[in-house]
Design a protein around this ligand. Structure first.
Ligand code: GLN
Ligand code: ZN
Length: 772
C-alpha cells in the first residue's frame, strides 16, 4: 500500500508566497528574493510531507501563480502578443509568466492578461490557455525538471504532477473560429513525450497525470482523445508508471473508457463520488492500481477513520494490498494549510477545532490510515490516534453545539412556510406600484458604495476594542446619512444604505448567525496571490438577533424615498463557506434560508418596502454533471423562495446576480420569482438579447448599464443605447436602471461621475418615452 498526495498548498502557512509575489510586483523586492521564497515554500512542503511519513510526495505542484498557466508556458502555448515582449524586454521566464497572468502595461506596451475562469466547481480560478488553429507547441520551460531535481537533492524521489494532454486542451479556449482545440492533440503529444522522457532519464518512477475531465460529461471525440493520448504514452514509455487522477466527480458513464486506458493507476474521488467504487471494482483490470481519494481535499472536517478503514479493507480484500494507494480526494490547494496555526480559542473554540483537519493534518490522516490498515498489532501511539479520532467523531456527532432542536423543529414545518404563496407577479406589481409610485426605468444601485480605508480602519479598531461600539455606530451612521443625501441629490429613485458596516457580504451575516465559526489563518488560494478565508458552518443555523434591521431603519428614517433592505441569499452564504458534511447541503441551505427569512419579516414589519436578497453564487452552485442540475436547482430555488415566504404582495423582493449567463437556467431564475432581478449585462449585451428574446421573463429586470469592475467612467450615450436595446426585448415598464454590481471597490470620484451619467441617461430616455 502506498500513500500519496495530489498537491500541497503553495501559498505557505503564513502566506509567504502571496506576500513575496506582491512585493515583487510592487518593485519592493528583487526577482532573486521571490525565487528564494519559492524555494523555501517547496522545501518546507516536501520536508513536512516526508517527516509525516508520506510515501509518494508530489513535485511540480508548486506554482508562482497557477498550475494551468505553468502548463501553458511549459508546452509553449504562449499567446502571440507576448512573444515580442519576451524577445525584447523581459529578462526572465518568470516575468513573461507574470505578464501572461496579469497583463503588461509598461514601456509603451498595453497587453491584456489572459482570461481567468473558475476551476471546475471550486473557488480557485485558473488562467485559460489560448489556442490558435495552427498552434505550435514546444517545450518552453524546465520547471518540472528543476523541481524534480531540487527534491531529489533532498533525498526525495517525487511524483511529478502534470495536467494531462486532454484536460489541458479542454481547459483552454479557441481564439480563432472554425477549429476544434482537440484537433491540436497530435501537436501537443510530442511535447508530452519530451517531458516524460526527460523525467524518465532523471529517475522519475511515477507521473501524476491530472485528467479531471475524465469525470465530466464527455463527447465521443473527447473520449477518443483520451484513448489516443494514453495509448501513445504507454507505447513510448512502457516502464514509466502513469497515475491518472480524476476528481470532483465520479467516472459514471466514462467508467469503461477509464479502465481500458493503458495506465498503471487510477485515482478516484471517493469523497465526492463514493458510489463509483463498487462499479469500479466490478470492472477493474488485473494489474491496475487503485488510488483511493478518501480524505476530503476540499473541506475541513476530520476524516472518519472507522469508515475509511472499512472502505480500504473492502478494496484490499478484492485486489490485494499491493494494488491500493490512499490519498486525499483531490489536490490540497483547496484546503487551508495548517490547523495548528489556529491558536485563538475565542475565535475557534477547542471543542470545534477538534473536529477539523487542514492540509497538514490531512497528510497525517492519510499516513495514519495506512498504518492502521496494514498492521494488526500497532503500537500504542497509533492506537491512541485511532481512539482520539473516534472520540472526536463521536463528540461532533453528539455535540450540543451542532444540534439545535429549535432549528430542526422549524425545519419540520418547512412545507407550511413554503405554502405561504404570494399572488402572481402582475397582481403584486400593481400593489407595489401603488405603494412605491416609481417612474419609468426606476434608478437604483446594487447595494454597496465605496468602502474607504477609513471605514475599514474603524472596523479594525472596533475589533481590537480601540473603538467603542457606540462610537463605531455613530461613525457608520454618519456615512449612511451622507450617502442617503447624495443619492437623493443625484436623483436615484430607490436608495441603499451603502453597506459600510460590512466587511464582506457572507462574513457579515455568518458572524451574526449561530452555527458559524471563523479562523485567523485558514487562507485558501483563490487566484494568483489572492486568498480567501471562508467561514465554517459547523452546526444548525439560526438567527439569534436582527442583523441589518437597525441600519436599514436608520437609513429609511432619513428619507421619504424607499431604501432597500439588503441581504445575502442562502445559496451564496453556503457556497462561499466550508459547509458541514453531516447533512445534505440542501438542509443547511434551508436553515440559512429560514434565518434570512426572519430578517426579511423584521424588515417588512419595520415598513421597509423593498428587500434585496443577493444570490451572486447561485449559478456557481450548479453541479458539474448536467444530470444533477435539476436536483440542485430544485432545492436552491426552494431555499431562495423560503427567504420571502409569507411577505405581503406589497413588499417588493429584489435579487442580484453578477453575471448574465442565464440561458441554461432561465426557467429556474424565473421560478425564484423575485419581483426584480438585477444582473451584469454591460459586458455581454448580446447574451441578454438572446436570452430575453427567446424566453419571456415575466418579472422586472435591471440590466447592469455599466461595468463597475473598471475605473472607466461610462458615457451617457452608451447607457442610453443599452437601455434602448433592452427595451427591444423587454417591455419597458419592466426595466430598471442600475450599475452591474456593487460599488464597494470603486472610489468616490469615479462613482459619483458614473452614477450621475447613468441618471442623465435615464432622464433623457424618460423624456422620450413620455413623448412617444
Ligand atoms: N449587495 C452587494 C454589493 O453591492 C452585492 C455584491 C455582489 O453581487 N457580489 O456589494
Ligand atoms: Zn454583483
Amino acid at each position: 500500500m502506498i500513500t500519496h498526495n495530489l498537491g500541497y498548498p503553495r501559498i505557505g502557512s503564513n502566506r509567504e508566497l502571496k506576500k513575496s509575489s506582491e512585493s515583487y510586483w510592487e518593485g519592493k523586492i528583487g526577482l532573486e528574493q521571490l525565487i528564494q521564497t519559492g524555494v523555501e515554500v517547496r522545501h518546507m512542503n516536501w520536508q513536512m510531507q516526508k517527516e509525516l511519513g508520506l510515501d509518494l510526495i508530489p513535485s511540480n505542484d508548486f506554482s508562482f501563480y497557477d498550475q494551468v498557466l505553468d502548463m501553458s508556458l511549459m508546452l509553449g502555448a504562449i499567446p502571440e502578443r507576448y512573444v515580442n515582449l519576451k524577445n525584447n524586454l523581459l529578462k526572465s521566464e518568470l516575468d513573461l509568466y507574470f505578464a501572461m497572468a496579469r497583463g503588461y502595461q509598461k514601456e509603451g506596451y498595453d497587453l491584456t492578461a489572459m482570461e481567468m475562469t473558475k476551476w471546475f466547481d471550486t473557488n480557485y480560478h485558473y488562467i485559460v490557455p489560448e489556442f490558435l488553429k495552427n498552434q505550435k507547441f514546444e517545450l518552453s520551460s524546465m520547471k518540472f525538471i528543476d523541481e524534480f531535481m531540487e527534491a531529489k537533492k533532498m533525498g526525495i524521489v517525487t511524483k511529478p504532477v502534470l495536467i494531462g494532454p486532454v484536460s489541458f486542451l479542454m481547459l483552454g479556449k479557441e481564439k480563432e473560429k472554425n477549429f476544434d482545440r482537440l484537433d491540436l492533440l497530435s501537436g501537443i503529444l510530442p511535447v508530452y513525450r519530451e517531458i516524460l522522457s526527460r523525467l524518465t532519464i532523471h529517475g522519475a518512477e511515477w507521473i501524476q497525470m491530472d485528467e479531471p475531465f475524465l469525470a465530466m460529461d464527455l463527447s465521443q471525440k473527447e473520449k477518443e482523445s483520451f484513448r489516443i493520448a494514453y495509448t501513445m504514452i504507454k507505447k513510448e514509455f512502457p516502464v514509466l508508471k502513469i497515475m491518472l487522477t480524476t476528481y470532483f466527480e465520479g467516472l459514471r458513464d466514462n467508467m469503461e473508457l477509464a479502465v481500458q486506458l493503458p495506465v498503471d493507476a487510477i485515482h478516484l474521488d471517493l469523497v465526492k463520488a463514493p458510489d463509483q467504487l463498487e462499479d469500479f471494482l466490478a470492472v477493474i483490470p488485473d494489474k491496475l492500481v487503485i488510488s483511493l481519494g478518501i480524505v476530503d481535499g476540499r473541506n475541513i472536517w476530520k476524516n472518519n477513520f472507522e469508515n475509511s478503514l472499512s472502505l480500504i479493507k473492502t478494496v484490499v480484500d478484492k485486489v490485494g494490498e499491493n494494488r491500493v494507494m490512499i490519498a486525499p480526494s483531490c489536490s490540497l490547494i483547496h484546503s487551508p494549510c495548517d490547523l495548528e496555526m489556529e491558536t485563538d480559542a475565542i475565535i475557534l473554540p477547542p471543542q470545534i477545532k477538534e473536529w477539523l483537519s487542514f492540509a497538514r493534518q490531512k497528510i497525517d490522516e492519510v499516513v495514519t490510515l495506512k498504518q492502521l490498515a496494514t498492521t494488526t498489532l500497532f503500537d500504542d501511539a497509533i492506537k491512541a490516534k485511532l481512539l482520539e479520532n473516534q472520540q472526536a467523531i463521536l463528540n461532533r456527532k453528539t455535540s450540543k453545539l451542532v444540534h439545535n432542536n429549535k432549528v430542526s423543529d422549524r425545519l419540520k414545518n418547512i412545507k407550511e412556510i413554503e405554502s405561504l404563496a404570494r399572488n402572481t407577479f402582475s397582481v403584486r406589481k400593481e400593489k407595489q406600484q401603488k405603494n412605491l409610485n416609481l417612474p419609468f426605468f426606476p434608478l437604483t444601485t446594487i447595494g454597496s458604495f465605496p468602502q474607504t480605508n477609513e471605514v475599514r480602519r474603524w472596523r479594525a479598531k472596533l475589533k481590537k476594542k480601540e473603538l467603542s461600539i457606540e462610537n463605531y455606530t455613530q461613525l457608520i451612521k454618519h456615512e449612511i446619512e451622507q450617502v442617503i443625501r447624495w443619492q437623493e441629490e443625484v436623483g436615484l429613485d430607490v436608495l441603499v444604505h451603502g453597506e459600510f458596516e460590512r466587511n464582506d457580504m457572507v462574513e457579515y451575516f455568518g458572524e451574526m448567525l449561530d452555527g458559524f465559526v471563523f479562523t485567523k489563518n485558514a487562507w485558501v488560494q483563490s487566484y494568483g496571490s489572492r486568498c480567501v478565508k471562508p467561514p465554517i458552518i459547523f452546526g444548525d443555523v439560526q438567527r439569534p438577533n436582527p442583523m441589518t434591521l437597525n441600519w436599514i431603519k436608520y437609513a429609511q428614517s432619513l428619507t421619504s424615498k424607499p431604501v432597500k433592505g439588503m441581504l445575502t441569499g442562502p445559496v451564496t452564504i453556503m457556497e462561499w463557506s466550508f459547509v458541514r458534511d453531516d447533512q445534505p447541503r440542501s438542509e443547511t441551505c434551508y436553515q440559512i434560508a429560514l434565518s434570512i427569512r426572519d430578517e426579511v419579516l423584521d424588515l417588512e414589519r419595520a415598513n421597509i418596502k423593498i428587500i434585496q436578497i443577493d444570490e451572486p453564487a447561485f449559478r456557481e452552485g450548479l453541479p458539474l454533471r448536467k444530470a444533477d442540475w435539476k436536483l440542485y436547482l430544485n432545492w436552491a430555488v426552494k431555499a431562495f423562495r423560503l427567504t420571502y415566504a409569507g411577505v405581503k404582495d406589497e413588499t417588493q423582493i429584489h435579487t442580484h446576480m453578477c453575471y448574465a449567463e442565464f440561458s441554461d437556467i432561465i426557467q429556474s431564475i424565473a421560478d425564484m420569482d423575485a419581483d426584480v432581478i438585477t444582473f451584469e449585462c454591460s459586458r455581454s449585451q448580446m447574451e441578454l438579447l438572446d436570452v430575453f428574446a427567446e424566453y419571456k421573463y415575466p418579472n422586472d429586470i435591471g440590466p447592469g448599464l455599466y461595468d463597475i469592475h473598471s475605473p472607466r467612467i461610462p458615457a451617457k450615450s452608451e447607457m442610453v443605447n443599452l437601455l434602448m436595446k433592452a427595451a427591444l426585448v423587454i417591455p419597458k415598464e419592466h426595466i430598471w436602471a442600475n450599475p452591474d454590481c456593487g460599488l464597494k471597490t470603486r472610489n468616490w470620484e469615479e462613482t459619483k461621475s458614473a452614477i450621475s451619467e447613468m441618471v442623465k441617461a435615464v432622464e433623457s430616455i424618460r423624456e422620450d418615452a413620455l413623448k412617444s
